[in-house]
Ligand binder design. Sequence first.
Ligand code: GLA
Length: 679
Amino acid sequence: MTIETEPGLWLLTTPSSAYAVRLGPDGAPRCAHWGPRLTLGQARALPAGPEELPVEGGGRFGVAGLQVRYGDAVRGVEWRHVGHDIEGDDVDGGHLTIRMADRHYPLEIDLHYLVRPDSDAVGRWTTLRNTGDGPITVLRCDSAAWAVPRREDYRLTHVTGEWGAEFQVRRTALAVAETVLTSRRGHSGYHANPWVMLDAGDATEDRGEVWSAALAWSGSWRITVERDHDGRAGWSGGFGHEGVTWRLGPGESLETPAFTGIYSAEGFGGVSHRWHDHVRRHVLPAPGRVRPVVYNSWEATEFDISQDQQMELAELAAGIGVELFVMDDGWFGGRAGAFAGRTGETAGLGDWWPNPDRFPDGLTPLIDHVKRLGMAFGLWVEPESVNPDSELYRTHPEWVLRQPNRRATEIRDQLLLDFSRDDVAEWAYDRLDELVAHNDIAFLKWDMNRPITEAGDEVWVPYIRNVYAVMDRLRAAHPHLTIEGCASGGGRADLGMLARTEQIWTSDNTDAAQRIAIQHGYGQVYPACTMGAWVTDSPNALTGRPTPLAFRFHVAMSGALGIGGDLLRWSPADLEQAKRLVEQYKLIRPVVHEGRMDRLADWAVQYTLDPHVVVFSWRPTTLVRVTAPVRLKGLDPDGVYRDEDTGKTHHGTLLMSHGLPRPWPFDATSELKRLTRVG
Ligand code: GLA
């Protein structure tokens, strides 16, 4: 049974964890357990712990996940239990709703829990309902609070970064304080990412308890991690940043996004395995869809594009085995003889038609050419943005997000459309639907290159919901469409986006050496099949670092491989080597994308889809460094594994205890090992 209950107690069970809620003596729903599996009888012995959604009022002095103000200026909630509903079954999983209300005011609060028989994730969210006849002001409504059992010490793991350096893992002692992880930028952010992990300071990659949660929201968010003077730790999190309020009118309700938690007793690696499985099975919109090898023209051409040059690139891309050709920014806008359109950053965003100077006969000649070469075609769009120098802005200046008497902030010479307006969302849907329907487009890269500003109170949430709605409608109307999410690289990577996209453009930094750390952080929660990774030119355009082609490939092949270099400048030998590596990638793609990922070291990662094993080892510097043999994980100790390139066989137990022989001669910078269990 995934959900069991008796009066005042609910027990949720997943394959390797359990979560128990108990009504406290004060009537508040409280966490009794989040950890290893329990029986209902065992859960009965546990006292009620911290609140499931801490409210304001009474003797509470910590972080409030729910803050409301009623019409008479009274604040806070006094809990009253109303009942519960359980839907679902053991096959599909169960949805528990604990129905609560305020003891006096007309506010109903539903706490939702979702568990599935094949996932260790516990999905949680909240619905508020105003059942009165006056408005209620919602000052804060988190999705859920998660409490970690009492331990002597706590450690916080999260990611931070910046443009070009997303997903940098930080693991630090948790201060006796409130630590706020947040984005106020209207996207989930590259300076932070909406997930959190806590451990007792004793977890390793393979062992120890780790508690984690990730928010399915692509706008502003806040997770407040609290360690109090009493030695308790946990966090409360949800959409919106502090100070943004919401008016809940009579009869209206507000539903938060899900804040999903995963517990693992098998260390940080164990928690990542569970996240990857969960995202692949239950978050992605088309589980199991093969990610094509993409060519993207951005780094090669930037804004300087033409039909002939794109055709030439497409020929070279097809020659090395690319499956889908994506034309990036610069293809649209403009009116012949009137204005130039998108030939640089300053103009054209919003005008989603082929630039007549660059594509006088539309996109069809290029698309036909790409298809004749055996590839599918994709296009870059940034539907939420508009340049002041565009026909869209000249026609609809009132569609732009701005506040009366305030300047409209321009970032990268662009403004944002007010996507919270249904007419704007409708326009965006129509433009994209027309593009996709009339041009045989299999792939859209949906970019968002600036944060939200001048949004007032009630734009932040409907804006993101309308982005979701447009994506959902497009996918429903074009079931074979693949979407890549992007916000100047990995600025909008989260479970909300991953529910509507096949992959995320991980970072604008394509320097393979720096990419290792970026991918390491991305992969803590999100699986490799969603991690867009291109092989670009050497020296790297952003960092100037020269790297060998095989090294660049070996780094990108550990995600969803793409090619992003200027193939017109690659030598015949480079193209030949690239072709061989793409062939190799296609062989290992199911293992990398569907297999279990194990981090072996900072510089080595393993993917296992029995009987296949793939190991990448990288040595990003040219310094001679003596490294211990890399020890593999999770193999059959009695199994025998054959090296697919040398034919040599190895015992599983020795690969795990002694490791692969030193992975490279000193002059090599990376290696790909392919093993198959043969006995
Ligand atoms: C963003 C993206 C890049 C590229 C450019 C185009 O920076 O992250 O990959 O698409 O926009 O302007």
